[in-house]
Design a protein around this ligand. Structure first.
Ligand code: NAP
Length: 420
């Protein structure tokens, strides 16, 4: 493929799709991997993660041929556009990529480039693991009880971008339609109103929940929890739950049972080797994460709930500086941390690059480089537990050594070299 706005590194080979059905990849030892450093603190954590991932690749006899691609601020500066087609095409073609955070203006301006990337590439599963690393300070007393992975639907819900600004012709047309044709008159106040639409489909729900169940089965997890607000939003969030149970019934045999079946057929005693699918209402779930942390292993939920929940869960294991994530779909992976661009710290060489580094770890795992992925995790853990941490963790511990972003990356690289 010919690109105008990115250059293809000559020292790498592309990753190919080995099996269309399973999404299995054919990964060379020197793959080309597109990277977006990102806005704000992306300029700090992007290069730091790149340095650590290079070290892990090298220590395991491989190399990464990075292909810098641009979005957000960097793309505006270079090309006067937010998301060049070449960036999307490079990620589509090369299949595995990593990105830092991108800023989205509030209330006006362009729509989220993060959402646009996920939707354009139909990366429908945003997967956010939340696990505790030794030595990471936490506001809760037993942070090690958290070992959960959230599958967040990435393409629909109120994130779909179907909304109309108050006072516009579109908003008034929708109001008129609702009031005149749908007899929904009393619930919309007079005067300016902004209106958004929340699509939740059977197709979108089932393919996301299927990913969560398949992950749980492949990784010997005991439960999958469907998180929803179906008591209030019956035909969207309630339908998500119902389609989840329908999927269990349609596609999985006796190995996957519902919580109702667990009690009706097994007196609450989970048979060895089975997976239980249960559901929780979202507001209850947020407090259960704190009070009954170890009961939750794999979560499947919609876009907005998933965003709220993964930030809250991230706080329990040390904060947004730690929490990693990645988007998946159609044999592609776009790794990205949970956190945003934290503009007030941009360029200060201050913030914690762990979330971006551990997102890279998810990417290495996807490549099938589990030895390199484990090395990254172990080196980060060794660094943090020796008290060498960035400001966010340093303010929560007694003593320790406060490191800049780049110094922390150097320390992780040193540990990769000594652990390898
Ligand atoms: P944020 O950028 O995640 O920052 C919120 C706070 O979290 C920071 O002030 C800082 O807390 C802490 N934090 C975040 N990243 C950290 C790191 N690497 N190390 C240490 N601490 C970290 O959230 P926001 O301020 O709500 O959003 C800023 C912009 O990011 C917005 O434009 C938003 O749209 C965008 N955003 C993008 C993504 C994405 O690209 N996927 C995701 C979320 C938000 P303290 O100040 O308390 O230390």
């Amino acid at each position: 493929m010919n690109y105008e706005k990115v250059s293809v590194p000559e020292d790498g080979e592309p990753i190919a799709l080995a099996d269309e059905e399973t999404g299995e990849l054919d990964v060379p030892t020197n793959p080309i991997i597109p990277i977006i450093h990102g806005d704000g603190i992306g300029t700090d954590v992007g290069p730091a993660a790149q340095q650590v991932l290079d070290a892990a690749a090298e220590a395991t006899g491989r190399s990464i041929a990075w292909m810098r691609v641009y979005a957000g601020e960097s793309a505006r500066k270079m090309y006067d556009e937010n998301l060049p087609d070449d960036t999307v095409s490079a990620i589509r073609e090369h299949r595995v990529a990593i990105k830092g955070p991108l800023t989205t203006p509030v209330g006006a301006g362009f729509r989220s480039l993060n959402v646009a990337l996920r939707q354009t590439l139909d990366m429908y599963a945003n997967v956010r693991p939340t696990y505790h690393l030794d030595g990471v300070p936490s506001p809760v007393t037993t942070p090690e009880a958290m070992d959960m992975i959230t599958f967040r639907e990435n393409t629909e819900d109120v994130y779909a971008g179907v909304e109309w600004e108050a006072g516009t012709e579109g908003a008034e047309q929708v109001r008129t339609f609702l009031e005149d044709d749908m007899a929904i008159a009393d619930v919309i106040h007079d005067g300016p109103v902004g209106i958004g639409i929340k699509p939740i489909s059977e197709f979108g729900s089932k393919r996301l929940i299927r990913e969560a169940i398949d992950y749980a089965l492949a990784n010997d997890r005991d439960t999958v929890t469907l998180v929803h607000k179906g008591n209030i939003m019956k035909f969207t969030e309630g339908a998500f739950r119902d389609w989840g149970y329908e999927l269990v019934d349609e596609e999985y045999g006796d190995d996957v049972i519902t919580e109702a079946e667990l009690w009706d057929d097994h007196d609450g005693d989970q048979p060895e080797g089975t997976l239980v699918v249960n559901d929780r209402i979202a507001d209850n779930m947020l407090q259960q994460l704190l009070t009954r942390t170890d009961e939750y292993e794999v979560i499947a939920t919609m876009n907005l709930n998933g965003d709220y929940m993964s930030d809250a869960a991230g706080a329990q294991i040390g904060g947004l500086g730690i929490a990693p994530g990645a988007n998946f779909g159609h044999g592609r992976c776009l790794a990205e941390p949970v956190h945003g661009s934290a503009p007030k710290y941009a360029g200060e060489d201050k913030v914690n690059p762990t979330a971006m580094i551990l997102s890279g770890r998810e990417m290495l795992d996807y490549l099938g480089w589990s030895d390199a992925a484990d090395l990254v995790r172990d080196a980060v853990e060794t660094t943090i537990s020796s008290g060498r941490v960035t400001y966010d963790l340093h303010r929560q511990i007694d003593g320790g050594e406060k490191l800049a972003t780049s110094e922390f990356a150097d320390a992780v690289v040193e540990n990769i070299e000594s652990l390898a």
